[in-house]
Design a protein around this ligand. Structure first.
Ligand code: AMP
Length: 458
């Protein structure tokens, strides 16, 4: 999954992008990049493995001048975790430069790549997004937004895109609206970001969401053009953005993430109360709001029984299992003074492999909890995501291979309750229709990719 940010018409475009990326760090921690263009169309970029806070020193930022910039934070769902795959992707072609930042997964990228390679294209990365760059370079269309529309023809799957073609900044969302993308403004400059929290940090005001199927082109003088491709009649917005991925201080798909998570927590308490428990606590930070909702609905006090080390990133961002295992204890500790002798409700937003959860339950028991009742604010994850969330193959998904009772036993809890699919869809803003819930329901809105393993080339 990734975070994208772009700005046009601002004298300090790169510095604004740098700020924006800080607020999109949760969307990807493997690599970060910023590319800027000056009025002469000269492009400068910095891409590096690691965190935003480590990569862009004031000296390096001086290299990035001009009124247009775009940035990206990445963790790999397609392509391996290497510097060649860091974005924004940047190429020079006979028409100038193309710079691209992508959030999502293109489900037919392997086929398109094969076609392009048959025609002689040479790829410099294993990223799915590179196929769009090649198609852009080949397009004969005149305007940047028309080039992008042409390049996206027949491209399937999820994409929110920011592209710089010359000095034009172009934003696009796939016709199903899988991934969020919002537009804002600051002092006449136009800003695009995955989430509104990245506009807040720059002082920009939210204007609106980019519509599914829409392409917006912006010039550095502030003029903009819109091209509406055929939008799908049924949207596939990713419900997991509300459940886990986005920040609670953001609005995505026009709805508040905090409100969504609280409603999920309330619904969870209705569906799976835990009468007799002493208190509820969250697995920080992503389930804080859901635990609050559970507490509000059940009347049970909310405690801070797990403490998270904020200097450690999201566990899944470690691409290997051994890295993930070691990280559980590095990332969390339990507060004995709160837990000792108590019957407790532990709320988390999701269980994927079960590795972290099992480790957490062990921590909570070791700190003296008498009974552990786990409540999960999303349904069991039974299938992989092909559209940009880093859920693993079916074999590794605990709920794909075990009943709820078996999962409870494996993770070591006394009781386990997951919110229902309907309960989740009724709880999120602008629901219940128009969401992709394939990882929970198995209802994949597109045919599954012919070569799913190639979506994870690394
Ligand atoms: P596990 O018990 O190993 O399945 O891990 C569950 C934890 O992973 C929960 O606390 C979730 O908030 C978190 N989580 C869920 N999906 C993802 C993801 N795609 N990337 C990183 N962490 C995730």
């Amino acid at each position: 999954m990734c975070g994208i940010f772009g700005i046009s018409g601002h004298p300090e475009a790169a510095a604004m992008t740098h700020l924006g990326l800080y607020s999109l760090q949760h969307r990807g921690q493997e690599s970060a990049g910023i590319v800027s263009t000056n009025r002469a169309g000269e492009v400068h970029g910095i891409r590096a493995m690691g965190l935003v806070s480590d990569q862009f020193s004031p000296e390096r930022m001086l290299e990035l001048s001009g009124p247009v910039a775009l940035g990206h934070t990445r963790y790999s769902t397609a392509g391996s975790s290497t510097i060649e795959n860091a974005q924004p992707a940047m190429v020079r072609f006979k028409g100038g430069h193309i710079v691209l930042a992508h959030n999502g997964n293109l489900t037919n990228a392997p086929e398109i790549r094969g076609e392009l390679e048959d025609e002689g294209s040479i790829f410099s990365s294993t990223m799915d997004s590179e196929v769009i760059v090649h198609r852009l370079a080949k397009s004969k269309a005149l305007r940047p937004e028309e080039k992008l529309a042409e390049a996206l023809e027949g491209v399937e799957g999820a994409y929110s895109l920011l592209v710089m073609i010359g000095t034009t900044l172009v934003a696009a969302r796939d016709p199903y609206g899988w991934r969020p993308l919002v537009m804002g403004t600051i002092n006449g400059a136009v800003v695009f970001a995955s989430e509104t929290c990245a506009l807040d940090i720059t002082g920009a005001t939210v204007v609106r969401e980019i519509q599914p199927g829409e392409i917006v082109a912006v010039e550095p003088d502030g003029t903009s053009r819109t091209l509406q491709r055929k939008a799908a009649s049924n949207l596939h917005r990713c419900v997991f953005e509300y459940v886990y991925f986005a920040r609670p201080d953001s609005k995505v798909f026009g709805g508040s993430v905090d409100r969504a998570r609280r409603a999920l927590g309330r619904q969870l308490a209705k569906e799976h109360p835990a009468p007799g428990a002493d208190f509820v606590f969250s697995v920080p930070d992503s389930s804080n709001s859901a635990a609050l909702g559970f507490s509000e609905e059940s009347g049970m006090p909310l405690e801070l029984a797990l403490i998270r080390n904020h200097y450690v990133g999201r566990t899944f961002i470690q691409p290997t299992q051994s890295g993930r295992d070691a990280k559980v204890k590095v990332k969390y500790n339990a507060v004995r003074e709160i837990l000792e002798g108590k019957s407790v409700v532990m709320v988390d937003d999701s269980i994927v492999r079960g590795t972290t959860t099992r480790g957490l339950v062990a921590l909570v028991r070791a700190a003296g909890a008498r009974e552990v009742h786990m409540r999960v604010s999303s349904p069991p994850i039974t299938g992989p995501c092909y559209y940009g969330i880093d859920t693993p193959d079916k074999e590794q998904l605990i709920a794909a291979n075990n009943s709820v009772a078996e999962i409870a036993r494996k993770i070591g809890v006394d009781t386990l309750g997951y919110i229902s699919l309907d309960g989740m869809l009724q709880s999120v803003p602008n629901g219940p229709d128009g969401f992709c819930h394939a990882c929970f329901s198995g209802q994949y809105p597109t045919k599954p990719p012919t070569a799913p393993e190639k979506l994870r080339l690394g």
